[in-house]
Design a protein around this ligand. Structure first.
Ligand code: SF4
Length: 203
C-alpha cells in the first residue's frame, strides 16, 4: 500500500513535468498537455492516439465525442471508467487550424516516438496487468512493430518489454462509420473487445 502511495505521488509529479514538455513541436499549437488519468495499480490501462479538440480544451483524456462512445461501451461492458487508467500515446493535440475549426492530424512517427517517454513512465508507475491499445497508433507504439488491427484485435498480444496487451479499434472510428447498421456492429465489437480485455486483466 505504501509503495502504491509512493507511485501515485510519483505519477502526479510526472504529470506535472509533462505540463511543460517541449520535446516535440506539438505543444506549440495546442492548449495544454493532456496527461493520463486513473488509479495507480489499475489492472487495465487503455491507450488512445492523442487528445482531441475537447480534450485539449478541458485538459482531460476521452471527454469529447470519442470519449462519450468509450463511456457507453465501458458501461455496456460492465467496466467502471474510474477503475481504468486512460491515456494517449501522444499528449498534445495535433491539429491544423481551418477557419474556426481545428482539424485533427495524425501524429507522425517522430512525435509518437518522442512522446513515448511519458507513456513509458505512466506504464512503469501504474503497472497495469493488461494494456488495451485503442487504434493502430497506440498499438504500434505499444507493440514496437507494425500491427494489422483486423488480424490481431481481441486476442492477447505481447507488447514491448514483454507486457501483456490487446488491441482494438479507436472509439472515434465508430463515429466515422456512415451506415447505421455497420455502426451498431462496430460498437458491439468494441464492447466485446472491452469485455475480453477486462477478463484478461484479472486473469
Ligand atoms: S506531444 Fe508529447 S513529446 Fe511532444 S511536446 Fe507534447 S508531451 Fe512533449
Amino acid at each position: 500500500m505504501a509503495a502504491r502511495g509512493a507511485s501515485a505521488t510519483a505519477l502526479k509529479q510526472v504529470a506535472q513535468e509533462a505540463r511543460s514538455c517541449t520535446l516535440c513541436p506539438l505543444y506549440r499549437n495546442a492548449t495544454q498537455t493532456v496527461f493520463g488519468e486513473g488509479p495507480v495499480g489499475a489492472a487495465l490501462m487503455m491507450v488512445g492516439e492523442q487528445p482531441g479538440d475537447q480534450e485539449d480544451l478541458a485538459g482531460h483524456p476521452f471527454v469529447g465525442p470519442a470519449g462519450r462512445v468509450l463511456d457507453r461501451a465501458l458501461s455496456e461492458a460492465g467496466i467502471e471508467r474510474r477503475e481504468v487508467y486512460l491515456t494517449n500515446a501522444v499528449k498534445h493535440f495535433k491539429n491544423e487550424p481551418r477557419g474556426k475549426k481545428r482539424l485533427h492530424k495524425r501524429p507522425n512517427r517522430y512525435e509518437v516516438e518522442v512522446c513515448r517517454v511519458w507513456l513509458g513512465k505512466e506504464i512503469a508507475l501504474v503497472q497495469p496487468r493488461l494494456i488495451l491499445a485503442l487504434g493502430v497508433t497506440a498499438a504500434v507504439t505499444l507493440a514496437g512493430r507494425p500491427v494489422v488491427l483486423s488480424r490481431e484485435r481481441g486476442r492477447l498480444v505481447t507488447l514491448a518489454e514483454g507486457r501483456r496487451g490487446m488491441v482494438t479499434i479507436h472509439p472515434s472510428s465508430i463515429l466515422r462509420v456512415p451506415d447505421a447498421a455497420a455502426r451498431r456492429a462496430a460498437f458491439a465489437s468494441l464492447i466485446e473487445d472491452l469485455k475480453s480485455a477486462a477478463k484478461q486483466a484479472v486473469a
